[in-house]
Each structure stands twice: as structure tokens, then as C-alpha cells.
Design a protein around this ligand. Structure first.
Ligand code: PAF
Length: 291
């Protein structure tokens, strides 16, 4: 039977009773759970005896004009879905439990460099808000392992850097993006799309796949290819924020030594800012590459 806890002190008490016997796996979420989240939960289950999921819509990672107010909140349905997955503990704190003091006075975790590019350039302060809440949740849950989706690729790298730089004793797992049948990455923000926008939305991943095909076919003129991709997104009716071909570790432009790349992209469709990415293994044989 899944237990739901909203108080960090109670959370600590419950986990203290089991921590000695079992590994603890943690999946932090903002709720409104879809199949992508449930895949993270299943991965957590494979890796530990105790699975903890948090649901917390973190105000610190939303900009002043972003969608904090309208972010979908579906706690009852989420609870049922997690229960069905055999989750042991749901931590669903109110804002005051995570931020008992005014947000301006909150100590923040800054992961420099990697937080300021790509999505970080478009959303100043976003990754500091993510790193701060994930650090805080890690301190509350004290997991052995935590699972994140690769859809938020830059977020995953920011968290890996934070864990490395602050010597946090938690293993970070990145899990492949779960997609709709037409290729659209699953996201709570897909709900903001009207039917016509929803029809267009899979073009984002189609453009990324096309970019990967060209790179595996030998293209190395990254900047020109990025421009072609943003032009392709615009031609398809999206408003591209950026498309960046980068080294998968550093998220900086590839060097001649880079073997693992990722194309990151963000684009607006109506009121939804969609993000997606595709990994590219340059060691892969072109003719057998699964596209
Ligand atoms: O990916 C998310 O849902 C959030 O950014 C996270 C990691 C739960 C932090 O609020």
C-alpha cells in the first residue's frame, strides 16, 4: 500500500525505518503524470527495494511570465497511477514545506556554464531553480539512486554536474524519452496544444531525426545545419527558439574529439514551449544506424 506524506519530517521518519534494509530510488516530478513518468518509476523499481516519487510544482524554476499558474495539477489521478505502479511512498509537499522562507532569501544552487546556455539562455534562473529544488529533495529523501528523463536533456546534465561538484552520494540515471506514436515526446505541456497545433507538434522530432540523418551521412558544418533545422521548424509552423548541435557531455559545440553528440531544440507552438532532443553516436555505422 502506497503511503502519501506531505511533511519532510514525517518523510524522514518513514524512510529511517527502511533505509538500513533497502536501497531507496527516487523519481522527482511535478505531477500530471504520463507514460514517460511511469517509465521512470519502473526503472526506479528495477534499481531499488523502496521507490519514492515526489510531486511538487516548483515555483523557483518558473520565470515571471511562465506557466506556473496554469501548470496542470492532477494529484488524485497521479496518486492512483503511482499506486498501480507499486510505488512505496509519495511525497507531495505544499509550497511552504519546501520553501518556508521567502523565495528571495532561499539559498540557491548554481551550476555555472551549463545552466546559462540553450534553454538556460531563454529561461534565466530556470536551472538554478531546478538544481535548488532537486538538491533540497535529495536532502529530504536521501536516495541511493534517482531517475530523470532524457527529454529534459540539459536538466539531466545540470543535475549530473551538481551531484559531481557537490559530492552528493546519489547515482543519477537518465532514461530515454517516451514518445507518442507520431514521435512527439510526451510532456505535460502537450496539453496546451489545440488540435491543429497537436498535428504540427511531431515536426519537432521529425526535424531532429532529419538532422541526425544528415550528420550520420557526413555533414559537419554544424552552424549551417542548425540554421537549416530552425528554418525547417519555422516552415512547418513552429516558432523555433533554438536548435543546437552539441557534444553530449558538455553541451558545447562539438570538438574534433566529440563522438557522442546531441541535437537540442526548443520551439513554440501557440502557448506551448516544446523541447526535444536526439542523441547521435558518431561511432555508429551509417548504413545500420536505426533512425
Ligand atoms: O523535470 C521535472 O519535472 C522538474 O524539473 C523536476 C526535476 C521535478 C524539478 O522540479
Amino acid at each position: 500500500m502506497m503511503q502519501t506524506v506531505d511533511d519532510p519530517v514525517r518523510l524522514r521518519e518513514v524512510l529511517a525505518g527502511v533505509r538500513d534494509q533497502e536501497r531507496v530510488a527516487f523519481v522527482p516530478t511535478m505531477g500530471n503524470l504520463h507514460a514517460g513518468h511511469l517509465a521512470l518509476v519502473r526503472e526506479a523499481r528495477r534499481r531499488a527495494g523502496i521507490v519514492v516519487v515526489s510531486i511538487f510544482v516548483n515555483p523557483l524554476q518558473f520565470g515571471p511570465n511562465e506557466d506556473l499558474g496554469r501548470y496542470p495539477r492532477t494529484l488524485d489521478a497521479d496518486r492512483k497511477a503511482l499506486q498501480a505502479e507499486g510505488v512505496d511512498l509519495l511525497f507531495a509537499p505544499p509550497v511552504e514545506a519546501i520553501y518556508p522562507i521567502p523565495l528571495e532569501q532561499q539559498t540557491r544552487v548554481e551550476v555555472p556554464g551549463i545552466s546559462d546556455i540553450h534553454c538556460g539562455a531563454a529561461r534565466p534562473g530556470h536551472f538554478s531553480g531546478v538544481a535548488t529544488v532537486v538538491c533540497k529533495l535529495f536532502n529530504m529523501v536521501q536516495p541511493d539512486v534517482a531517475v530523470f528523463g532524457k527529454k529534459d536533456y540539459q536538466q539531466l546534465r545540470v543535475i549530473q554536474h551538481m551531484v559531481r561538484d557537490l559530492a552528493m552520494p546519489v547515482e543519477i540515471i537518465g532514461l530515454d524519452t517516451v514518445r507518442e506514436r507520431d514521435g512527439l515526446a510526451m510532456s505535460s505541456r502537450n496539453q496546451y496544444l489545440d488540435p491543429e497545433q497537436r498535428r504540427v507538434a511531431p515536426r519537432l522530432y521529425a526535424v531532429l531525426r532529419d538532422g541526425r540523418t544528415r550528420i550520420l551521412g557526413g555533414r559537419r558544418d554544424w552552424r549551417a545545419l542548425e540554421k537549416e533545422m530552425t528554418a525547417g521548424l519555422a516552415a512547418d509552423g513552429l516558432r523555433p527558439d533554438y536548435a543546437a548541435i552539441v557534444d553530449a557531455e558538455t553541451l558545447l559545440p562539438p570538438t574534433p574529439q566529440s563522438r557522442q553528440l546531441v541535437i537540442l531544440a526548443a520551439a513554440w507552438l501557440g502557448g506551448a514551449r516544446l523541447i526535444d532532443n536526439i542523441e547521435i553516436d558518431l561511432n555508429q555505422n551509417h548504413s545500420t544506424g536505426s533512425l
